[in-house]
Design a protein around this ligand. Structure first.
Ligand code: AMP
Length: 451
């Protein structure tokens, strides 16, 4: 059986862990322990509630030796001050019998007590990026002794626009250090950050703990394009008795807004939307109205639904197929909670076939397909991203960007490859459009017709 004894923690730490009263390590704790201890860079994909804080704290604290060094050896960065306090609290519980100096650094309060604490010397600094950077600029702390960097909730960090601060801070740390990152969802920006700062990270993915996949009825539809997806969604929603509380996921804010605007006229009074460009008040109201059943439909992006405990969702609809298969697991885990039967429906286009296959590989389960309903109209309208001329210009741009990065980048990128973004589709289109063709071309429209 998996127990904390397997970690062979030093006695002082082991005693503190025993006092927490946890029976056994969570899956992320078991998976991450030896990797972090080995000193490798690591990316943990796990949500809050999986025990991820302890997953990185245990190996770090196990290795920590007594020191009088003034500058910190471990930096833990988190996106909010609440999280700083939570992490510090966990460290304090774990270090009941170890002498470790921990300092909390976060904005919105007088900085002087934090300056004073740092001045006395620290082993671990737990910080939000903005305040930390200010305190470095006025020389209250230096990062030149950092050996381990933890960035927790990387996805939220990037969504809140902390990338410039993260870049600045990383420049101030020694290059030879261990990077430990945790993110609940994988997104393009997270992937890019990791590619630029990691040396072949070990990736550990943990599905939402306790997601009873057996409780969730999964199905999928092959759909032509965005507007046809809208038509299909409309069609499904006509069955009000079945589709009572529906959470619709899109991969981007832009796609969420486009869907909302398209449906607003007919469904405006039973639909709401949340993403990070909406004000906090708007988001809270949207969630309340959906949770109380005043709105039947909530359109959301992956990051926004984290930590939300929404009650009795009848259907999760994946309007876009997520690029990172873990996100699919997180999304569908929102339905079928606590023994209730849940339903998860995936819409995928030709371009998204590979992404669907990645999800199926992760689950080791082929999602049953429902034939596209004859009564639903297949739209010929295309959104800009679906138009081949846009595809081509995007490809040209991408290729030229890649060429400037040199061979090293390619090697690392290939090793770190996590998803196939539909490369074969793009290749096909690029080949086809070597010949000059216009969007109004007859062949093109023929190709678009459903076979
Ligand atoms: P986190 O995912 O780090 O936010 O942790 C979520 C909660 O799980 C916290 O309240 C932890 O104290 C708790 N927790 C951490 N590890 C374990 C464990 N092995 N068994 C039970 N609960 C745990």
């Amino acid at each position: 059986m998996d127990t904390f004894d397997n970690f062979q923690l030093k006695k002082t730490l082991n005693n503190a862990v025993a006092e927490l009263g946890f029976e056994k390590p969570t899956p992320i704790q078991s998976a991450a322990f030896s990797v972090i201890l080995s000193g490798k860079d690591i990316l943990g994909v796990a949500q809050t509630g999986t025990g991820k804080t302890l997953a990185y704290l245990l190996p770090i604290l196990d290795e920590m030796t007594f020191s009088k060094q003034l500058t910190p050896r471990v930096l833990i960065m988190v996106p909010t001050r609440e999280l700083v306090l939570q992490v510090v609290e966990e460290i304090e519980r774990l270090t009941a019998y170890i002498s470790v100096r921990t300092v909390a650094v976060y904005g919105g309060v007088n900085a002087n007590p934090q300056r004073a604490a740092l001045g006395e010397g620290s082993d671990i600094v737990v910080a939000t990026p903005g305040r930390l950077y200010d305190l470095i600029l006025d020389q209250s702390v230096s990062l030149k002794g950092i050996k381990k960097l933890v960035i927790d909730e990387v996805d939220v960090m990037l969504d809140l626009g902390f990338l410039p601060q993260l870049n600045n801070l990383m420049e101030l740390m020694p290059e030879r250090r261990q990077n430990i990152m945790f993110s609940a969802t994988m997104t393009e920006p997270v992937s890019e950050l990791i590619d630029s700062f990691f040396v072949v990270p070990e990736k550990i993915s943990i599905a939402v703990s306790g997601t009873p996949l057996e409780n969730i009825r999964q199905t999928c539809y092959h759909v032509e394009n965005f507007y046809t997806k809208v038509n299909l969604l409309r069609h499904l929603l006509e069955d009000r008795d079945t589709f009572q509380k529906v959470l619709v996921f899109t991969s981007h804010k832009r796609s969420a807004d486009r869907l909302f605007n398209t449906l607003e006229e007919e469904l405006g009074n039973e639909m709401c939307i949340i993403h990070s460009n909406k004000s906090q008040n708007y988001r809270i109201r949207s969630i309340e109205e959906f949770d109380e059943g005043k709105n039947r439909l909530l359109i959301a992006t992956d990051i926004m639904t984290r930590g939300l405990d929404l009650d009795k969702i009848t259907h999760v609809i994946n309007f876009d197929t997520p690029s990172f298969p873990e996100n699919y697991m997180h999304r569908i885990g929102r339905t079928g909670r606590a023994k209730e039967e849940g339903n998860a429906i995936l819409f995928y286009t030709e371009k998204e076939v590979q992404l669907k296959e990645n999800i199926e590989a992760l689950m080791d389960y082929k999602i049953p397909e429902i034939p596209f309903p004859e009564e639903v109209k297949v739209s010929r309208d295309l959104i800009p991203e679906e138009r081949p001329d846009e595809e081509i210009s995007k490809n040209i741009h991408r290729n030229s960007k890649k060429e400037t990065r040199g061979a090293g980048f390619h090697e690392k990128k290939a090793k770190n490859q996590k998803t196939n973004e539909g490369g074969s589709y793009k290749k096909k289109i690029a080949k086809k459009y070597k010949k000059a063709q216009t969007r109004g071309d007859k062949t093109y429209h023929k190709r678009q017709k459903r076979g």
